[in-house]
Design a protein around this ligand. Structure first.
Ligand code: GDP
Ligand code: K
Ligand code: MG
Length: 264
């Protein structure tokens, strides 16, 4: 196959995107600006295979756009300009980092998790069951250390054969019921868009072009959800994600005390 593959590097600030980007591209880097904003844009070609193009994206915590950086990354992720998301996750802080991951998976394009900073895990007495993590999220997880240049080739190999996520994050039944109803009245099937409609995200609502009647039905469904949850639409979604991530982290991560007892 000579087909080009385009990988997008996405993650929280300081998760190691630039370090990974530099390892992947070496000196094959092109620096510019994103259209309309003074946010630096860096892309490059993989040192070992020039048919692989890599895009470094501004670091973000969420796909709810507040800053120019978040807007750039989000617009890019909703475009067709890439094939696979490489999601840099700081292994020493998975609960926080995976908040973004849940949203990336909902977009529906192939996602590979690059579990970075794994060189720090032993020192910090953190154990992560990457197989369980991969199985739970339905996406490949590759242990890497950008600092020590470990796991990068495996990451590329996994990314080249990545397919769309195999499972969707399943939230509280009451929330899922609202999403199903929303989908029924709007015909929106993409999970990311559906949740954004629930949150009242202006850009996505414009993108899915609801009729006046659909918009009215959407408002009714969400009013009912807000009554049931005793919370506003945005907070409902944030809480659903955090609840899911607390359970997931409990399941895949164990942290032991720095002090070890002598067993004899
Ligand atoms: P970005 O903000 O996502 O682009 O992250 P950077 O690549 O700039 O990395 C942020 C900081 O983490 C820098 O000080 C890196 O040297 C450090 N860093 C990146 N990857 C690793 C890693 O695998 N292990 C360790 N220990 N530090 C890392
Ligand atoms: K940084
Ligand atoms: Mg960076």
């Amino acid at each position: 196959m000579t087909e080009n593959k385009r990988f997008a590097l996405v993650g929280n600030p300081n998760s190691g995107k630039t370090s990974t980007f530099n390892l992947l591209t070496g000196s094959n880097q092109y620096v510019g600006n994103w259209p309309g904003v003074t946010v630096e844009r860096k892309s490059g070609k993989y040192v070992k295979d020039k048919s692989i193009v890599i895009q470094d994206l501004p670091g973000i915590y969420s796909l709810s756009p507040f800053t120019p950086e978040e807007n750039v990354t989000r617009d890019y992720l909703l475009s067709d300009d890439y094939d696979v998301v490489i999601n840099l996750v700081d292994a020493t802080n998975i609960e926080r980092n995976l908040y973004l991951t849940t949203q990336l998976i909902e977009i529906g394009k192939p996602v590979v998790i690059a579990l970075n900073m794994t060189d720090l895990l032993v020192k910090q007495n953190i154990f992560i069951d990457t197989e369980k993590l991969s199985y739970s999220l339905g996406v490949p997880v590759v242990n890497i250390s950008a600092l020590k240049n470990q796991g990068i080739e495996t990451l590329v190999a996994q990314s080249q054969k990545a397919t769309a996520p195999q499972v969707q994050v399943h939230y509280d039944e009451r929330f899922e019921a609202s999403l199903t109803e929303l989908s029924n009245v709007t015909h929106v099937t993409n999970r990311f868009e559906l949740i954004k409609v629930f949150e009242n995200d202006e850009k996505i609502i414009e993108r899915v072009a609801l009729s006046a009647k659909q918009a009215e039905e959407v408002s009714e469904i969400i009013a009912i959800a807000e009554d049931i949850f005793l919370d506003d639409r945005q907070s409902i979604v944030v809480n659903e994600r955090y609840q899911y991530l607390t359970t997931l982290a409990d399941m895949v991560e164990s942290r032991t005390q720095g002090v070890r007892l002598n067993v004899s």
